[in-house]
Write a protein that binds this ligand. Structure first.
Ligand code: FE2
Length: 449
């Protein structure tokens, strides 16, 4: 998919992983096909785009958002903007003082971007959120009026029933985990310290309508790697693998912990309640980062289902699909509810860099799946599913949106697929004025939000 990695340059600085150097604005973008007119809003996605041109790890570049505004069937503009954090002024800025105090305003702000409580938030899991305006310019960091005293996850969940944003912060120093609940109007209304085994790297979590699920898994902070300036987390054979289930308004004493087989989960697909059982679907690695915090496939990546019985305390696990897939997404309207469909990037694993195959729609009711292959040398980033106006949020009526890079032309597009027929050619392809590097997570932000 890109030039083979050399000893001089790691994969994340080559091909379409490499950063772009300019902030560009393009208007009235060329469109092939027809953008569904009801798609009025902003598609925006994060990436790590090292400001110096280099970084020790794919996850460690400075955050740059790439956005396309759609309105009434036209692609009004494309903008890419750095999140204006202290790293842009000084790439060597220190975020931990000599006394060991972390300055959480010093964020890479590079992992996810979403809207909640009327604000667009650029998120990175070690820091405070950064607020962006609707032109993707940086407003500044927020600590929720001084109430946020921990890190804030890049993977909060917005409940479609209550409008709350459920989140957490983890850290390498105690408290290792804090649960956070933000009201629909953007007030931090609950912070709970949760006891975990140690400094686990909790990249994601999950919520059902009634519960929050915490992943206390054996990838833990490594001081040795931190001092080397690289990804400071490693697999540990000594650390237990547990998943905690807590009522969403509960606290530490209410968490029920379930032992699971040793694994690491970067991303959950969804969770829901079934009577006294909580079900969790996740992209499940049997092992990661034993020898180094890189992307090498040391374990097996599959889609896995857990069932946690709150009455008996028993946990069950089963593989739903043994093919590697990542960047899982469901419709915004089914977060925390039993979902029929899931959307992921199909990967080939085992090499130094992730190889993207296409976007997979999994029907978890029938067990069937459909792949959209974007064509030879054409690779998609994370797919975002957008439910069609007025459709049942648990249906597949809607669109899959993502940035696609064409190795042949060196150009990027915003591609819109009809999710009811994944094999069909895209309904719309928006040509972008510059290459959009492979990145992480993003959102469709409708004008109605
Ligand atoms: Fe993530």
């Amino acid at each position: 998919m890109s030039a083979p990695a050399t000893t001089e340059k790691p994969f994340h600085l080559q091909g379409n992983f490499a950063p772009v150097t300019e902030e560009v604005t393009g208007t009235d973008l060329p469109v092939e096909g027809a953008i569904p007119p009801e798609l009025s809003g902003l598609y925006v996605r994060q990436s790590a785009n090292p400001v110096t041109g280099t970084s020790p790890h794919w996850f460690m570049g400075e955050g740059m958002v790439h956005g396309v505004r759609l309105e009434a069937g036209r692609a009004a503009w494309y903008r890419n903007r750095y999140v204006k954090t202290p790293y842009l002024e000084n790439p060597d800025v220190q975020r931990i003082s000599n006394e060991g105090v972390i300055d959480r305003t010093v964020s890479k702000a590079n992992t996810h971007v979403l809207k909640h409580g009327g604000k667009i938030l650029a998120l990175e899991e070690g820091s405070f959120p950064y607020v962006l305006d609707d032109q993707l310019e940086t407003v500044g960091w927020t600590d929720y009026d001084g109430k946020l005293t921990s890190a804030f996850s890049a993977h909060p969940k917005i409940c479609p029933v209550t409008g709350e944003m459920l989140s957490f912060g983890y850290g390498q120093f105690e408290p290792y985990l804090v649960y956070l609940r933000v009201s629909p109007d953007g007030k931090l209304v609950q912070s709970e310290e949760i006891t975990v085994t140690g400094p686990t790297m909790m990249h994601d979590f999950a919520v059902s309508e009634k519960h929050a699920l915490f992943l206390d898994l054996p990838v833990v902070f490594s001081l040795e790697d931190a001092l080397k300036g690289t990804m400071p987390f490693r697999w540990s054979d000594d650390y237990p693998a547990r998943i905690g289930v807590m009522p969403r308004t509960g606290g530490n004493a209410d968490v029920k912990w379930f032992d699971v087989e040793p694994c690491y989960i970067f991303h959950t697909l969804n969770a829901w309640d079934e009577g006294n059982t909580v079900v969790l679907d996740a992209c499940h690695n049997t092992e990661v980062w034993r020898s180094a915090g890189d992307m090498q496939g040391e374990g097996k990546l599959t889609l896995r289902r857990f069932r946690f019985d709150l009455e008996t305390g028993n946990a069950k696990e089963e593989t739903l699909d043994d093919r590697p897939m990542e960047f899982p997404r469901v419709a915004a309207g089914v977060v925390g509810q039993k979902n029929r469909y899931g959307f992921t990037l199909r990967l080939d694993t085992g090499s130094d860099e992730p190889e993207f195959v296409g976007v997979l729609k999994s029907d978890l009711q029938t067990g069937k799946s459909e792949l959209h292959d974007y064509g030879a040398g054409r690779n998609s980033s994370e797919p975002v599913f957008v439910t069609a106006q007025g459709a049942d949020p648990n249906s597949d009526e809607g669109w899959v949106m993502s940035y696609v890079y064409d190795e042949g032309s060196g150009k990027s597009e915003l591609v819109v697929l009809d999710a009811t027929d994944m094999a069909k050619a895209p309904v719309a392809r928006v040509t972008l004025p510059q290459r959009v590097p492979y990145g992480f997570h993003g959102s469709w932000i409708p004008d109605s939000e």
